[in-house]
Design a protein around this ligand. Structure first.
Ligand code: NAD
Ligand code: IPM
Ligand code: MN
Length: 349
């Protein structure tokens, strides 16, 4: 049986890095994956006036086992309506409530800070709540475009949605021998919504007595991620806070060109994509680092039960980096395609 993957390259460097991820996955596990390229992105939206046909969108989890996405974002669509429909749409509509974002430092040279490697390195995983918070798009604006404009976005925290992501974070820690789960919230300021986070955290941690539980204010967590990233193990946070913390974590572990992510509903469906965006500033130059996309494909393989292929890809990426076969953002001189090829050469080695 092959895993049916919908590939949405998207905009900017999205298609460039996704092509390398597809080629690498095909090489790591020949015949295990079949790919269908879907054309959705800024060009499609501008040409057709439609972001994604609603019936096509609804069929994604029916016709496919997972989605591999590059990036969405184009200066010609400043309101990002295509990303709202496709990326945020998939997260919400398919209830992909876990946004899993690991940050692991492969070699000290890649860290802008020197100390963490000496004190245990960086190997953390962020569980970002993916279906609630400030991203529900409930709100509106009154008298837009006038000096009297009033705009609001509501933050939502349901007990069910908060409890399940915190429980997944603890269960992941237990399964993977991780010591600590840290919740980052702002319950000191965002009293009601983040009060739910604080209470749900206390409720769930009682079921995992062997796991150390820490609650930090989100601003402190951001500061600590820079000061002492090695102290973190599993981080769980609401949608907006998880978005910001995952970019900070990506930077201290080698940069945005290396950070993969999975949008997951366990046992049901997943969408895998790099943490970075469409990088219009370097699109078409061959300078995009495809490793975040390749590592996202490895996460997808693991989600689909192909742990062997996932391990092989992760090891090959690690070896390419340690050998100095890297693109410009990691200090090397390889193009997007050469970086992908450098990884594929090391598969099975
Ligand atoms: P970005 O991540 O696209 O780029 C930020 C910086 O990082 C740029 O200097 C870029 O050149 C660099 N960079 C990013 N990915 C890289 C890679 N693989 N290799 C080398 N360098 C890389 O963020 P931005 O500039 O704030 O956003 C650009 C567009 O992407 C916007 O439209 C934004 O909304 C969108 N975006 C989409 C996603 C997504 O689809 N998941 C995520 C973030 C941003
Ligand atoms: C991400 C991105 C998206 C987000 C944007 C493009 C809406 O930054 O996947 O991290 O905020 O979730
Ligand atoms: Mn982001």
């Amino acid at each position: 049986m092959t895993h049916r993957i919908a590939v949405i390259g998207g905009d900017g460097i999205g298609p460039e890095v996704t092509a390398e991820a597809v080629a690498t996955l095909s090489a790591a596990a020949p015949g295990r994956f079949s790919f269908v390229e879907l054309p959705y992105g800024a060009d499609y939206t501008l040409a057709s006036g439609v972001t994604i046909p609603p019936d096509e969108f609804a069929r994604l989890p029916v016709d496919h086992d997972a989605i591999l996405l590059g990036a969405l974002g184009d200066p010609r669509i400043p309101d990002m309506r295509h990303a709202k429909d496709i990326l945020l749409g998939a997260r919400m509509r398919f209830d992909l409530y876990i946004n899993l974002r690991p940050a692991r430092l492969i070699t000290p040279d890649l860290c802008p800070l020197r100390r963490p490697y000496e004190t245990g390195g960086i190997d953390l995983v962020i569980f970002r709540e993916n279906t609630e918070g400030l991203y529900v798009n409930i709100g509106g604006s009154l008298r837009p475009g006038t000096p009297d404009e009033v705009a609001s976005n509501q933050m939502i925290a349901t007990w069910r949605g908060t409890e399940r992501i915190i429980r997944e974070a603890f269960a992941y820690a237990r399964r993977n021998g991780r010591r600590n789960v840290c919740m980052a919230s702002k319950h000191n300021a965002i009293t009601w919504a983040h009060g739910v986070w604080e209470r749900a955290f206390r409720h769930v941690r009682a079921d995992f007595p062997e796991i150390e539980a820490t609650s930090l204010y989100a601003d402190t967590a951001a500061m600590e991620l820079v000061r002492a990233p090695e102290r973190f193990d599993v981080i769980v946070a609401s949608n907006f806070i998880g978005d910001i913390l995952s970019d900070v974590a990506a930077q201290v572990a080698g940069g945005i060109g290396l950070a993969p992510s999975g949008n997951i509903h366990p046992g049901r469906f997943g969408l895998f994509e790099p943490v970075h965006g469409s990088a219009p500033d370097i699109a078409g130059t061959g300078r995009a680092n495809p490793l975040a996309a390749i590592l996202s494909a490895a996460m997808m393989a693991r989600f689909l039960g192909e742990a062997h292929a996932a391990d092989a890809i992760e090891r090959a990426v690690e070896r390419a980096i340690l050998d100095g076969d890297t693109p410009a953002d990691l200090g090397g001189s390889l193009t997007t395609g050469q970086t992908g090829a450098a990884v594929r050469r090391r598969l099975g080695a």
